[in-house]
Structures are given as C-alpha cells and as structure tokens.
Design a protein around this ligand. Structure first.
Ligand code: S3P
Length: 187
C-alpha cells in the first residue's frame, strides 16, 4: 500500500462518511478537478454545485445570470447548500462565489470540512482565459480584474477554510496528496 492509499484508508476508516468535504476557492483554482480526483481516491460521491444548479434550473450558468440575474443565482447556491445539509459523504465542488453570503459559510461549517484552493491572479488568468462559461469574468477577462475580485473575497475564503492549499505550479497528484495528508491529521 502506498502513502496515498494508506492515508485514504485512514480517512475512510475514520469519519469521512459522517461529513461532507467542500472544496472552495476562486474560479480557476482547480476545485472541480481536485474534487473528482478526491472522490475517486476516497470512493465518495462528487457533486459540482454549478452543474447541480444548472440541471435543476434547466439552463446554463450563463443563461441563469442573463435571464434571472446574479441575485437569483446566489439564491440557488444558498438553497443548494441547505439541500446538502441533510447529506453525508459528499465531496462538493463549490462555486467561487459561495463564500459571499455569511449564511452559506455557516451551512458549510455545519456540514463538514472546508478545503480552500488558492492560486495567484496570474495562474488563475492562465487557467480561465479561454473559458466563456463564467459570467463574472466574461467582459472582465484580465489579471487586474481577477486580482481585485480576489482581494475583495480573500478574507471570506480564509474565514471559511479548515485547510488551505496553494495550487500554483503543482500537479493534481501533489495537490490531492497534500489534502489527504492534512485531512488525515485532522482525524
Ligand atoms: C462564480 C464562480 C463560478 C460560478 C459562477 C460565479 C463566482 O464557479 O459559480 O460563474 O462568483 O466566483 P467556478 O468557481 O466553479 O468557476
């Protein structure tokens, strides 16, 4: 058994299934990728919040923003988190703006462990620059806008986080290993 298998077994034998693991962070910090990877390693069900909302509303996130506005989308996020309150054993990849509402942070803290992925504005820009599925960045696709928004949100992210992992110049494997180690230390 290698190190990661050992850690994941320890987590599973511990208490993973008695709570949810939420991955938070700015757009482009790798939340969905890491959530998928963790869900495979830990055999836990993965939920992508944006995808969950889009399926429920029957439209893309861009369409929701265009037709109903950001406030409506933020209500969908809060309602989704309330829905997850009664579930256990999920790995939830959260939308980047989920920390904007204090009530959302409370719901997440009640549900389990919160992992914050961080990255510099430059890294984020490189990862998101060709994507057109993020309404917040649609007409603001530049490093300065990203840096300003990150600055506005950073305290919220840190307030919510149990574990903080920087993702700059790291592979998916390095990031997941780091998360598993930190999670196992919390058991
Ligand atoms: C948003 C982040 C997006 C999505 C929506 C708003 C934000 O999710 O929820 O476009 O305000 O940061 P990702 O962080 O998964 O891109």
């Amino acid at each position: 058994m290698n190190d990661t298998e050992h850690i994941s077994q320890k987590i599973q034998l511990g208490e993973t299934f008695s709570y949810n693991i939420m991955i938070i962070g700015f757009m482009g910090t790798g939340k969905s990728t890491i959530a998928k990877c963790l869900s495979e390693i830990l055999s836990m069900e993965e939920v992508e919040m944006d995808q969950h909302i889009a399926e429920k509303e029957g439209m893309s996130i861009n369409q929701i923003f265009e037709e109903s506005g950001e406030e409506y989308f933020r209500n969908c996020e809060s309602n989704t988190l309330i829905e997850f309150n009664s579930k256990k054993g999920l790995i939830i990849s959260c939308g980047g703006g989920v920390v904007l509402r204090e009530e959302n942070i409370s719901h997440m803290k009640n549900q389990g462990k919160i992992i914050l992925l961080s990255a510099t504005p430059e890294t984020i820009y490189e990862r998101v620059k060709d994507n057109t599925e993020r309404p917040i960045l649609r007409n603001n696709m530049n490093i300065e806008f990203i840096a300003n928004l990150l600055e506005q949100r950073i305290d919220r992210y840190i307030e919510a986080a149990d574990i903080i992992i920087n993702t700059d110049n790291k592979t998916i494997e390095e990031i997941t290993d780091e998360i598993l180690r930190k999670l196992s230390n919390m058991i």
